[in-house]
Design a protein around this ligand. Structure first.
Ligand code: SIN
Length: 328
């Protein structure tokens, strides 16, 4: 009888092990923006590629629009194993490294090509790896685009922003940037921005075109000034525990699919920005203000002291390397 019980137990354990081996690995990909944005489209492309190529071994569930976690919580959740991938904006890593704040410095990059060159440079790739000691693995940079200022009154020059309340991401550099304008910056989650603007709890915000359009901020912000004063890009991240726990062949396939999805997201980001800008103009809900070169210079002069303020925290070498990317 004892022998029989032992045999039954062995068979059950073997079946259990086989079942466990066959159970797919689930990657939960959490983000805060809409699906019709570069990040939203990249995440869906990643899911399609992984599920097509990994033959049921890995599944990807994409949670857009802060459905699962807001960006301010997602990295903690990742370290706890509650989510496997996310792509927070580079402004939201301050708790883990101050170096990525280089991307928040106003008027540092002349255009998205310069941002891309910096990200792909040796220094940019080192930054991607700099989170390992915090248990996070940077898997790639993803573009959204340049930020614009929006408000409930026209902003042509920095003085127009004085005294106004602006929502910002959780970045001390962005806070300093608005303080230089004598404005009032408020760190708030992305999911709250529309309501804050609609109820006039805040006066304005800074966002790239795709976020403004997809979240309908232009419907509650009558003026958008085309300042292109900073960049809003992302780092696709996972936890070292999850990443290192994958079999080598699975990890390599997932990475390949991700690289392709990121390349696709980066390729469409420029077209998306142009199309969303035009859609906002066509909607007639918000006036897009194009500033003159002299007006732009006023914004540069007003915001540039932030560079010096954060030079020690970020590193003068890093700022220098980023500036070099403007040379092409
Ligand atoms: C995002 O693009 O992921 C959100 C950025 C923000 O919080 O403004």
């Amino acid at each position: 009888m004892r022998l029989l019980t032992a045999a039954v137990a062995t068979v059950a354990m073997t079946l259990g092990a086989q079942f466990a081996a066959a159970a797919p690995i689930e990657i939960k990909f959490s983000h805060v923006v809409a699906e019709n944005t570069p990040k939203g489209k990249m995440a869906v492309r990643f899911k399609e590629l992984v599920e097509e190529r990994l033959d049921g071994k890995v599944t990807v569930s994409v949670f857009p629009n802060s459905q699962l976690f807001g960006d301010n919580k997602v990295l903690e959740a990742m370290l706890l194993g509650d989510v496997q991938m996310a792509a927070p904006s580079l402004s939201k890593f301050q708790k883990y490294t101050t170096q990525l704040q280089v991307f928040d410095l106003p008027f540092l990059f002349k255009d998205m090509a310069a941002v891309d060159r910096f990200q792909q440079s040796e220094t940019g790739q080192e930054l991607l790896n700099s989170l390992r000691k915090k248990g996070l693995v940077g898997l790639g940079y993803l573009h959204n685009g340049m930020k614009q200022m929006s408000a409930n009154t026209p902003l042509r020059v920095p003085a127009d922003a004085a005294g106004k309340k602006f929502r910002i991401m959780t970045s001390d550099v962005l806070q300093a940037q608005f303080e230089e304008l004598d404005a009032v910056p408020l760190k708030k989650p992305f999911s709250e921005v529309f309501t804050l603007l609609q109820t006039k709890a805040i006066d304005g915000a800074e966002n790239p075109w795709s976020n403004i359009y997809s979240k309908k901020f232009h419907e509650v912000q009558p003026y958008i000034t085309e300042t292109n004063h900073g960049v809003l890009d992302y780092m696709v991240v996972t936890s070292a525990e999850f990443w290192n726990g994958l079999d080598d062949d699975v990890r390599a396939e997932v990475k390949k699919a991700l690289d392709e999805a990121i390349a696709y997201g980066n390729q469409i980001s420029g077209e998306q920005a142009a199309a969303d800008r035009q859609a906002i103009i066509d909607s007639g809900r918000s006036e897009v203000i194009e500033i003159t070169e002299a007006e732009r210079q006023q914004w540069v002069d007003a915001m540039k002291p932030v560079w010096k303020q954060f030079e020690d925290e970020i590193g003068a070498d890093l700022i220098e390397a980023a500036l070099k990317a403007n040379e092409g």
